[in-house]
Design a protein around this ligand. Structure first.
Ligand code: M6R
Length: 604
């Protein structure tokens, strides 16, 4: 979702902006633009489509020492050059980029901007006209105009503003949308996430909601909206430039799928010592012990990872686990237990829906734990506790290694709590050993890529729809498998509880409907799922069976190594990630950047 970069005091401003925008591509966008100035002349270039299109338009004619850039994911107004950022004020003097949604933009237009000519339909353009009006028509200083606008604007935003007459300062503010300051040597930057600037620096400074920052080449001044100075320390980001390259991979998604054995091993090294003893933060363990119910709130793949972990968490902690769709819970909080603990599962740590739940939880005094891949992310900062996924940057929009890391991280938490409660099942569960077996099982599946690609070619090459079916924890994996297939191959797909099909949905099965069945856990469940496979095949479906090795029969298609039942959802999801990958690849689609989607969904 929209991304922002900005730089002041560097003669390579154009390159920094373009490279920064490339690094933000993974967030999802439909158009992009930059404004670059050399003190005297400002140049604005925008393009619909990819950053490569923008870079081509920019060529080598745009140069300067300061500038701002933006990738836009359309909310107000269609993708077009007029709606792409940066936007300019009525006279063109002020230039603004924005991530978020301004809720009262139409009111602002009616109240303040009669006679103003707007080029597009965006809320952002109204914001920059407002700032321009306060300076050029009402005589305020730029800082006072920006502050006045911030007091009026309602909604979510990260702003970076340049006054083209005095481009030595970038004016920055944020509320509910991510933005960071990057500290360079003799120049400074702003960016939506650290990755956009990791080539230039690993020194960053957070901005909190409702703070305004004045960024010049050699200073960063943080203020609240009333002008009081706020002291803020810089921090070092633990990102490695090599983590964010694609290397020889055609797509990030494949690289990230392949990284999963390493991620499992990294989690072992992080959350267990050399004797296999859990090293999960004791305060987090205590928070879980004190809760009478765990609520996992999340969106998309993270929500599915919550389901994939529910049975294991309940078994090891003896605490009931309830799942909630974050976008629903932010506004429709159900009746809660007396001592709830909220776990926010979020790869990015920036998902606006999940954050909304956390804001509510904080208002209600509910303890919270964010489990995220991004240190210093908004949800990490605002929760009572944080546990990190250590999966390395996930760039492909389709989440893969974050899902498996989330299940594994929850396993460490569950085992640590179970041990603290002296629960025999937890004491007997040798997680370090079992997770190494999972890492090997993943490797075994990854070595079957050609087979999986061939099966996908046979089953999914022309279909418009498909089903995944499974029972018990396999059903939870089908939810994730279906989401992955839909999101990157555009095949309409449903993950279904196998036994539920015959209660209505089986009427959709016709000749050649692809049905992918997942079978794990035990003979009894396997027998029932096989019965359901027979039902669909006798109605014309083409079935593909993904099965754990001890339950496999002759003719089954993809065999997954046996792992501990608590961790089966990790091993079983891997073939489904590859199925989605090859379905997308074989259709000639952009695997990493599916249409209409964003990596970090920072608007509600
Ligand atoms: O960053 P989060 O884990 O909070 O993101 C939640 C969803 O937006 C995300 O999992 C989304 O569903 C993925 N694109 C799925 O692959």
């Amino acid at each position: 979702m929209c991304g922002i970069v900005g730089v002041v005091g560097n003669p390579n401003a154009t390159d920094i902006l373009i490279q920064g925008l490339e690094k933000l591509e993974y967030r999802g966008y439909d158009s992009a633009g930059i404004f670059v100035t050399d003190d005297e002349n400002g140049q604005l270039v925008k393009a619909v489509g990819r950053i490569a299109d923008l870079a081509e338009k920019v060529g080598d004619k745009v140069a300067g020492t300061a500038g701002i850039g933006h990738t836009r994911w359309a909310t107000h107004g269609k993708p077009s050059e007029d709606n792409a950022h940066p936007h300019t004020s009525q006279t063109g003097r002020f230039v603004l980029v924005h991530n978020g949604v301004i809720e009262n933009y139409l009111q602002m237009k009616e109240t303040y901007l009669s006679g103003h000519q707007l080029k597009g339909q965006t809320d952002t353009e109204i914001a920059v006209h407002l700032i321009g009006k306060f300076v050029e028509e009402d005589g305020l200083t730029v800082l006072d105009a920006f502050k006045k606008a911030l007091h009026i604007i309602e909604g979510s935003y990260a702003f970076a503003l340049i006054d083209s007459e005095n481009p030595d300062t970038i004016y920055v503010a944020k509320n509910k949308s991510p933005l960071l300051i990057g500290l360079g040597q003799g120049y400074n930057m702003v960016c939506s996430d650290a990755m956009a600037m990791i080539r230039e620096t690993n020194q960053y400074m957070e901005i909190h909601d409702q703070e305004l920052v004045l960024v010049t080449k050699d200073s960063v001044e943080v203020q609240d909206y009333n002008g009081h100075t706020v002291e803020r320390e810089a921090y070092t980001a633990e990102l490695d430039l090599s983590d964010i390259g694609k290397g020889t991979y055609p797509f990030y998604m494949l690289k990230e799928i392949d990284e999963q054995p390493t991620v499992m091993r990294k989690l072992i090294n992080t959350y267990a010592d050399e004797n296999g003893k859990m090293t999960v933060d004791p305060q987090i363990v205590k928070a879980v012990q004190e809760a009478d119910r765990i609520y996992i709130l999340a969106a998309g793949t993270s929500y599915n990872a919550g389901f994939a972990s529910k049975a294991m968490l309940e078994a090891l902690t003896d605490t009931p686990v309830e799942l909630g769709v974050a976008s629903e819970w932010g506004y429709n909080m159900p009746l809660l237990s007396k001592k709830p603990l909220f776990i926010l599962l979020t790869q990015s740590g920036e998902t606006a829906d999940s954050r909304q739940v956390l804001v509510k939880a904080n208002e209600m005094g509910i303890p919270s734990l964010t489990i995220t891949n991004v240190p210093g992310s908004t949800l990490s900062r605002e929760a009572t506790y944080t546990m990190l996924l250590h999966a390395g940057p996930e760039i492909a929009v389709a989440s893969t290694k974050a899902y498996t890391a989330q299940v594994a991280a929850l396993a460490f938490l569950a085992k640590a709590v179970g041990e603290a409660n002296s629960k025999q099942e937890a004491l007997d569960f040798d997680l370090v050993h079992e997770l190494s077996i999972v890492a090997q099982a993943i490797e075994a599946t990854l070595s079957e890529k050609d087979l999986i690609a061939e099966k996908v070619q046979q089953l999914l090459s022309t279909t418009r729809n498909a089903f995944y079916i499974g029972r018990g924890i396999d059903y939870y994996v089908t939810m994730e498998a279906a989401l992955k297939l839909k999101e990157i191959s555009y095949i309409q797909c449903e993950g279904f509880a196998a036994g539920e099909l015959k209660h209505g949905t089986i009427s959709l099965i016709e000749d050649n409907t692809p049905v992918i069945a997942l079978i794990s856990t035990n003979e009894k469940i396997a027998a029932h799922t096989r019965g359901n496979i027979a039902e669909v095949v006798s109605r014309g479906a083409n079935a593909l069976v993904v099965v754990e090795e001890d339950l496999a029969r002759e003719g089954d298609d993809i065999i997954v190594n046996k792992v501990h039942p608590f961790l089966t959802t990790i091993a079983m999801v891997i073939p489904t990630q590859l199925i989605a990958y090859y379905a997308s690849l074989q259709r000639g689609l952009d695997v990493d950047k599916p249409r209409n989607l964003a990596k970090a969904v920072t608007v509600e």
